[in-house]
Design a protein around this ligand. Structure first.
Ligand code: GLC
Length: 635
């Protein structure tokens, strides 16, 4: 049962797709704090809080404060309050009852879940305007399902997008891409896609391809297609300011870029240097930008990733000018503690500066909004631009699309990846924990950079991460410029990488059908144990094991030098300890605690009673998997 309440004058976000009559009564459960833009709920000591999508920290959100303010921040440490997404849906559950709430507002809002006061949940609004949806249900899963029912069906990618993708910032030219595919093939490690990061473009201009690096791009896409390899280029939010560049010229001419108060187009800077931001909130601009993907579709491209769409701002022209002027004042002076910190802060604070987010405006649904008021809708609407365009341009063929920034509603147009994580063991755990909250909010096609994006990976971390990544719909190895190369074939134990990757391909029939089930029936592909076993107190404590689909549970190893791990089984299960898709031992384990061995090359999969796990014979590409010839491991 979903009920809708209104606070103030909410800005419509198009995240909810069914029309729900507004209640006249006050919001249940939470009280309005007099004199403040705050809602307050007194938590019972047994209450758990789940959801909020892509954030730092664990599955139970209690004990910290999370702020929805899409942020380009590559340091996902546990002190951070915001990552790239704003996904304001949560469920509070304890003592066998609870409710869900969706706080639908595009502005900045904080969820203080026992941070200020251990047993109090405050929702703090910058502007006290929101549509609030309160969802009652008999279980957490019921509540999630009800919620998903009002936000519309999740995005479905093409089937090849369940294959493995190799990425790097950047493969610089055709030969480097060929080399990657050759090496995967030579080493008999399955692969379906190679990602093209920013350097495929001509001077970082969206919808261009560098002639020098990819002299005959159409032929190259075709060559790759013949090998059943999909190239997936990146698209950035900022449009380079360059005379003669059609996207820039058209945007200026038609007033499709975000403007400052004085009516001039905002000049910000990202990879290409100075850019304008398309006003994705403006319907006409959105259509125009969406149609631009055709340039690449016409080359035969059928997948994209949308990036830097919080939007990330290195600096704005206006702010940079102010900073240079101030620095001049400091020149030649003996800087003391305050003046030095001030100067350092000014330079360090150039990027993603709050003031800059107040410098420009959007034309949205016939009104003008200052950016910060609708900040969290920007990445969502960039991806919506693409998604709506694909419906027009490619109605019969699914196109891969995922985004860095997101808001609920965007889940209908694309998936997400979790941005610039690091090659840290703690980020492998974070990846495991992020999946469930993303699923609650409708983001089913999702995953993180396997192996970690920033910092240098080690072979054991990459292997352990792959052992988890094979279960995430988006299974992509990506890493940053300047870090250690981390293609699977570069490491000593190639055989284990081969076996783990092949296990992924053996699992695709299961993963794909469970994915489709999650989309069609508004269910979660990844679930914490307590969602399936709400009566089991111990299940609430487990934050590092997940149910994946209806038949299996996984318990990834995420600690260095571990030869196994403790697992808690809320029910009897059959353990399959996979070394490869056709090499595994099985053992029935009873409900309760166990220490389970898992050597570096072993993956732990637990099958539920009365269930079966289909396993295909792997192929080097998803297209060659024989779905009619499956083996079953049953319990
Ligand atoms: C951003 C993206 C990352 C990409 C880089 C260069 O940091 O999050 O994935 O590699 O930009 O485009």
């Amino acid at each position: 049962m979903v009920k809708k309440y209104r606070l103030g004058n909410p800005i419509e976000t198009d995240s909810v797709v069914v029309s729900i009559q507004e209640e006249k009564s006050t919001i249940p459960y939470f009280d309005i704090v007099q004199g403040k833009n705050e809602l307050r709920f007194d938590m019972d000591e047994n209450d758990h809080v789940f959801g909020l999508g892509e954030t730092v920290r664990g599955i139970n959100k209690r004990g910290y404060i999370f702020t929805s303010k899409c942020a380009d921040d590559p340091n996902h440490t546990e002190d951070k309050r915001s990552l790239y997404a704003a996904q304001n849906f949560f469920v509070i559950w304890g003592n066998g009852k609870g409710f869900g709430m969706y706080v639908d507002t595009p502005g900045c809002v904080s969820f203080d879940i026992g941070y200020t006061d251990t047993n109090v949940f405050f929702i703090e609004f910058e502007d006290f305007d929101a549509n609030i949806y309160v969802i009652d249900g008999a279980s957490i899963l019921d509540i999630v399902k009800e919620f998903r029912g009002i936000i519309g069906k999740s995005y479905i990618p093409p089937r090849w997008a369940f294959g493995f993708g190799q990425s790097r910032w950047s493969y610089m030219n055709e030969d480097q891409v060929r080399e990657v595919v050759d090496n995967y093939d030579k080493n008999d490690i399955p692969i379906d896609s190679v990602y093209l990061d920013i350097d495929y473009m001509e001077r970082y201009k969206d919808f261009t391809v560098s002639d020098e690096r990819f002299p005959d791009f159409k032929a190259f896409v075709e060559e790759m297609k013949k090998r059943n390899i999909h190239l997936v280029p990146i698209i950035d939010a900022g449009v380079k300011i360059e005379e003669g560049y059609d996207v820039y010229e058209e945007g200026v001419k038609n007033d499709y870029f975000c403007k400052k108060e004085n009516g001039e187009n905002l000049v910000a800077a990202v990879w290409p240097g100075k850019v304008h931001f398309p006003d994705f909130l403006n319907e006409d601009a959105r259509k125009w930008f969406g149609d631009k993907y055709k340039v690449l579709l016409d080359y035969g491209i059928d997948g994209f990733w949308n990036d830097m769409n919080e939007p990330a701002i290195f600096y704005t022209e206006d702010h940079l000018k102010e900073v240079f002027e101030k620095i001049k004042e400091y020149e030649g002076k003996n800087l003391d503690i305050r003046s030095f910190f001030d100067m350092q802060g000014m330079v360090g604070g150039l990027a993603n500066n709050d003031e800059d987010y107040r410098r420009f405006y959007h034309e949205y649904k016939g009104k003008r909004y200052r950016h910060d008021k609708v900040h969290n809708l920007f990445g969502y609407n960039m991806t919506r631009a693409a998604g709506e365009a694909f419906e027009r341009l490619s109605p019969d063929k699914r196109i891969l699309m995922f985004s860095r920034s997101s808001y609920i509603g965007m889940h209908r147009y694309g998936g997400v990846w979790c941005g610039d994580n690091k090659s840290w063991w703690s980020h492998l755990l974070l990846n495991i924990q992020q999946m469930t909250a993303l699923n609650m909010c409708g983001f089913i096609y999702s995953g993180a950079d396997v192996g970690g994006f920033g910092a240098d990976v080690t072979e054991d971390l990459l292997l352990r991460w792959a052992e988890f990544g094979i279960f995430t719909p988006l299974f992509r190895n990506h890493s940053a410029e300047g870090t250690r190369r981390q293609e699977f074939y570069r490491f000593t134990d190639t055989e284990s990488f081969r076996n783990i990757s092949k296990l992924r391909y053996a699992l695709i029939p299961y993963l794909y059908s469970e994915f489709m089930n999650a989309v069609d029936n508004d269910e979660m592909l990844f679930r914490p144990l307590c969602f399936d076993h709400p009566e089991d107190d111990m299940a609430y404590e487990v934050e590092d094991q997940l149910y994946v689909g209806s038949s299996i549970m996984i318990a990834p190893v995420y600690k260095q030098n571990a030869n196994g791990r403790y697992v808690y089984l809320p029910e009897d299960m059959k353990l399959c300890r996979f070394r490869s898709y056709n090499d595994y031992d099985v053992e029935v384990l009873g409900k309760g605690h166990h220490y389970v061995k898992a050597a570096l090359n072993e993956v732990l999969v637990f099958i539920k009673k009365g269930h079966e796990l289909p396993l295909a014979t792997p192929a080097s590409r998803t297209e060659d998997i024989d779905y009619n010839n499956l083996n079953y491991e049953r319990f």
